[in-house]
Write a protein that binds this ligand. Structure first.
Ligand SMILES: [Zn+2]
Ligand SMILES: [Zn+2]
Length: 1009
């Protein structure tokens, strides 16, 4: 459709809306909302149509309407696709002459996230069109500039809304709402009420700063009860904007996407979502990282989280299944520490569940503990409803007996009710049923018995069903991440040695679940197919050899067969649209490309299919595109082209560390093919830490010193960046160059120090790496480690005699960096050397004490205790530490400095005294302290010089701050930026700028932002 405005275009959009509206008729419940909204859209378009058929629109009006119509058109096209994907055509039925091609809605296979996004776009368009329609029918003069501007304002609102969503999705794409929906939908009405009614819950609910810890044995029903609690809380507080609720469902299957950072980012997203406008701290986090394509650090996220949380009168955080949060690499403990620290700072309420794990339980000492066990009443109610749903006469007649026996066996483990019922309900004679009821296993071993029992039932099926069940179970158990329903359907439909997928081969969803004897379930909202419980996964991990010994090999074969399809013969997609379409159409493409190699690495032998796949260059490139392309935010353009081209089979095998494939491929070939980014297989293998492959390649004489084109990094740089110790050793043993510098001017040692890889730092030092090497910013390994507060690395470098007084391009020593960033422990280590200049000044004239006063921490006392610092030292702008502490509102620091300071009333270059700042920043208690001291010393104050209004300073440090007065700059305020000073990170707030403040060099140009 070509859009200028024409009546034809308008009518076409209207018709399209009507068509889509009609196509939603008969759609399942999940599509109710979107279906209603499309009807709304069609109505408002019809209204406008009827007005505009009677009066010619003005040019203004037409211009305003065009973008809205365009957007409607795009949304409707997308909705049409959704309908197509979720319907199939029922074969013609000769008896039914009315519906020539009847569309039948499929049950589950739809992408809720996509639909939600479309919904919000439809709603916004309805809003815009209604506003427009309002202007048409009002008796006020038509087509004035005003109305059109109003419409534009609405459009701005829409754009802002979209931008906000982009930022929130950038924080984390993961959405726990779908899981909440799935869990709560499994609850039988009324069950779990006992938790809500309990004194423990009620007390927790009615008091702030409380923690309710609910441990329970496996299968007690913790997750469903968590869902019940969340449901209660969100309903209770839905109309209270002062209360914010955020929740997480930890899941061992998602440990890659549930690192401490991710979990906190998700809380940050949820708390931010509820604000009417996006919090500054979140926006600035995004702006800071977007261009450099970096991710925020744990520290940054947790500061932003505190700042956003403190804007609510009450924050409630719910975390289910802490035991499933990864314990290795300290993820779980880091997360808990952060959560508790958030609680201390914001008096948040915390609700958490877990299995009994001493490390976790210990952390909740002093909290209210409330054990979760399945209640008999709930179990009976659950069984009642299962029996009624079954429609089986035998079950109906023996309802009481079944309920009584199963409830007795359950003993607090709700999951057993579910498993036992499955086992009882398949019995066809009363005798067999009674036998089962009499011998229901109980106690801790009961799950294993129940799972074995289920496997026996599967074994008793016909061969096809048994085969299907084992495939489903092996895929779900061994997959590297949760599988969507359609991914698994496609995986099961793959025929080895075929060039394409035969859709007639797709198994029915109902069958996939029913053949698995109650061990598998579908989360409809999330479209995920999974095992019924964590214990089921544990069972299969223990018994995998018995039930599906060749699972890894089989999955590998399916993945590579899929990736070898003719569909991918055209190689890399040339643009994002084409790439996304490929992903959309080929449901297993994403999973197979990301994971074939992981499965191949775990398979017992290298299979022929892998080699065959690797010999198809076009398919290899297509699969590397899906492997490497990452869409980082919703508007991220050309991301699909941001991937290395000409990746060879050797690259791919090295990337995944499939050493047998590497061995096969390497043969007599060149071990160093380069992709168009100049990357060799060795570079990929070192980056990902695949020792065996690194060794193979090195033995074949792979080049040690290749540098990639983009960053000039060598294999050793990459191993150091990612902290792969063994690989570092292999490379060093081969004599890899230690001092090679990349485009950032960083050597491997600098990288290891920067990324806190202590062991690698040690290895490199032992090999004699240069300790005083400097990057492009003039920073040494010690200065990098001090800047980020890496205590252990700092210590190691100090033990090796690192230079203490080295200065970077802005005159900052390691001590200054530690002080500037508030790393007290590192500051202490550095001071303990005894030889350090504790009063050193950077280019901005600021001393460690000056910075310590800004952070308000114990560092102030540590520094003053050295007797080597000037308490009244001023910076380039004549600000004293006292003045900084006053403007930051640090009462203790002000008190302490007042006891030692001699220059109580010194003015900065802009005439601002400590008292001026205390008044200006709104800290009356600090002002009182100062006034008292003035009085003692007989100092008179000129009230006229003092500000009468308070500035509002964002309390949060993660948004930018003014490099002159060091107070935060709020997003709404304009500020001035120097592109040179502090490596291009120098900002001046409006307040300082109007007082003629300038950056470090008067000749620089400041840019207003
Ligand atoms: Zn300022
Ligand atoms: Zn400058």
């Amino acid at each position: 459709m070509s859009f200028g405005f024409s009546v034809g275009d308008f009518v076409a959009v209207l018709q399209m809306a009507n068509t889509i509206r009609d196509r939603f008729i008969g759609a399942p419940e999940q599509f109710k909302a979107i279906s209603n909204e499309v009807t709304g859209l069609s109505n408002v378009l019809r209204d406008i149509e009827s007005v505009q058929s009677q009066q010619e629109l003005t040019d203004w009006q037409k211009n305003a309407l065009v973008p809205v119509l365009k957007e409607c058109h795009t949304v409707l096209v997308a909705l049409g696709k959704v309908v197509d994907e979720n319907c199939y055509l029922k074969p013609l039925n000769s008896h039914s002459f009315r519906d020539k091609s009847r569309r039948i809605w499929k049950r589950v296979t739809w992408e809720p996230a996509e639909v939600q996004e479309l919904r919000s776009r439809v709603v916004l368009n309805i809003g815009l069109l209604s506003a427009f329609n309002g202007s048409l029918i009002s008796k006020v003069t038509l087509g004035t500039k005003d109305e059109v501007e109003r419409l534009h304002t609405r459009q701005d609102m829409r754009e802002r809304h979209e931008e906000h969503q982009t930022i929130l999705d950038w924080l984390t794409p993961i959405d726990y709402a779908a899981q909440q929906q799935d869990f709560i939908s499994r609850r039988q009405a009324g069950t779990g009420q006992w938790l809500l009614n309990s004194d423990e819950f009620q007390t927790w609910l009615n008091t702030d700063n409380q923690t309710l810890f609910c441990p329970g044995i496996p299968g007690a029903g913790k997750t469903i009860l968590t869902a019940v609690a969340i449901n209660d809380l969100t309903t209770r507080f839905q109309n209270d904007p002062g209360v914010s609720i955020a929740y997480l469902y930890c899941n061992f299957r998602r440990k890659d996407e549930q690192k401490a950072q991710d979990l906190l980012a998700s809380l940050l997203k949820q708390l931010s979502e509820e604000r009417s406008s996006l919090p500054d701290s979140v926006k600035s986090l995004y702006n800071k990282h977007k261009e450099k394509r970096t991710r925020p650090s744990l520290d940054e996220i947790s500061r932003a989280l505190q700042s956003v949380a403190s804007a609510y009168s009450r924050v409630i955080i719910i975390v289910d299944a802490l035991d499933e949060c990864q314990a290795s690499d300290g993820c779980r403990m880091t997360f808990l520490t952060e959560i508790f620290s958030l609680q201390t700072k914001t008096r948040a309420n915390l609700f958490a569940t877990s299995r009994f794990i001493p490390d976790i339980t210990e952390k909740f000492n002093g909290s209210t503990i409330f054990e979760i066990r399945a209640h008999d009443k709930d179990v009976r109610q659950y069984l009642d409803s299962r029996i009624s749903q079954s429609g089986q006469k035998l079950l109906e007649t023996h309802r009481e007996e079944i309920k009584t026996e199963i409830t007795k066996a359950v003993d607090g483990m709700f999951l057993l009710a579910q498993l036992h019922f499955e086992s009882v309900s398949t019995k066809k004679t009363l005798k067999k049923m009674k036998d089962v009821l009499k011998n229901l296993p109980t106690g801790p071993k009961a799950y294993d018995y129940a799972y074995e029992e289920a496997m026996k039932r599967i074994g008793a099926h016909d061969t096809d069903s048994e085969e299907l069940a084992k495939q489903v179970l092996s895929w779900i158990t061994c997959s590297k991440r949760p599988l969507s329903v359609s991914e698994l359907q496609y995986a099961l439909a793959v025929e080895v040695d075929k060039a394409e997928l035969d859709e007639e081969n797709l198994p029915q969803l109902e069958d996939m679940v029913s053949v698995c004897a109650g061990l598998v379930t579908i989360d409809e909202e999330s479209s995920i197919i999974r095992l019924v419980h964590y214990t089921t996964q544990e069972y299969f991990e223990r018994t995998q050899r018995q039930w599906f010994p060749d699972a890894q090999t089989n999955i590998t074969i399916v993945c590579v067969s899929y990736l070898s399809f003719d569909e991918f013969k055209s190689g890399i997609c040339e643009n994002d649209e084409e790439f996304e379409q490929r992903l959309q159409l080929n449901k297993l493409y994403d999973y197979a490309a990301h994971n074939w190699g992981h499965h191949a690495r775990q398979a017992s032998t290298l299979c022929r299919d892998v080699i065959e796949f690797l010999q198809k260059q076009a398919q290899v490139e297509a699969s590397s595109q899906a492997l490497i392309a990452v869409k980082r935010w919703s508007g991220h353009r050309k991301y699909s082209q941001n991937v290395p081209k000409q990746m060879t089979s050797l690259h791919l095998a090295a990337y995944f560390g499939v050493d047998e494939a590497v061995q096969f491929l390497i043969g007599s070939d060149n071990p160093d093919p380069e992709d168009n980014y100049g990357q060799t297989p060795l570079l990929w293998a070192t980056m990902n830490g695949h020792e065996a492959v690194v060794k193979l390649l090195l033995d074949k004489g792979a080049e040690l010193e290749t540098k990639d084109i983009e960053y000039s990094q060598t294999p050793l740089s990459w191993a150091a960046i990612n902290g792969h110790e063994v690989v570092v050793k292999l490379l060093l043993d081969k004599g890899a160059e230690l001092e090679t510098k990349d485009n950032y001017g960083r050597t491997p040692l600098l990288w290891a120090a920067r990324n806190e890889h202590e062991a690698v730092v040690k290895q490199l030092l032992d090999k004699g790496a240069e300790l005083e090497t400097k990057d492009n910013y003039g920073r040494t390994p010690l200065s990098r480690a001090a800047k980020d507060g890496y205590e252990a690395v700092v210590k190691l470098l100090l033990d090796n005699g690192a230079e203490l007084e080295t200065k970077d391009n802005y005159g900052r020593t390691p001590l200054l960096w530690a002080a500037q960033n508030g790393h007290e422990a590192v500051l202490k280590l550095l001071l303990a050397t005894g030889e350090i200049d504790a009063d050193v000044k950077g280019s901005d004239g600021r001393t460690p004490l000056w910075w310590a006063a800004r952070h308000g921490d114990g560092a102030v006392k540590l520094l003053l205790a050295t007797d080597r610092v000037n308490v009244d030292s001023v910076d380039r702008y004549n600000s004293t530490p006292l003045s900084i502490a006053a403007r930051m509102g640090h009462r203790d620091v002000v008190t302490f400095l007042l006891s030692q300071s001699l220059s109580l009333t010194v003015k900065d270059n802009f005439g601002r005294t400590p008292l001026w700042w205390a008044r200006r920043a709104g800290y009356p208690y600090i002002a009182d302290l100062l006034l008292e001291k003035y009085k003692e010393n007989g100092i008179l104050i000129q009230e006229d010089d003092l500000p009468t209004t308070i500035i509002s300073v964002p309390s949060d440090e993660s948004s930018g701050y003014c490099d002159i007065c060091v107070l935060g700059i709020s997003e709404e305020d304009s500020y001035y930026h120097c592109r040179v000073c502090n490596n291009g990170d120098f900002d001046i707030c409006e307040g300082c700028f109007t007082m003629n403040a300038y950056c470090l060099d008067q000749s620089h140009t400041l840019i207003k932002k």
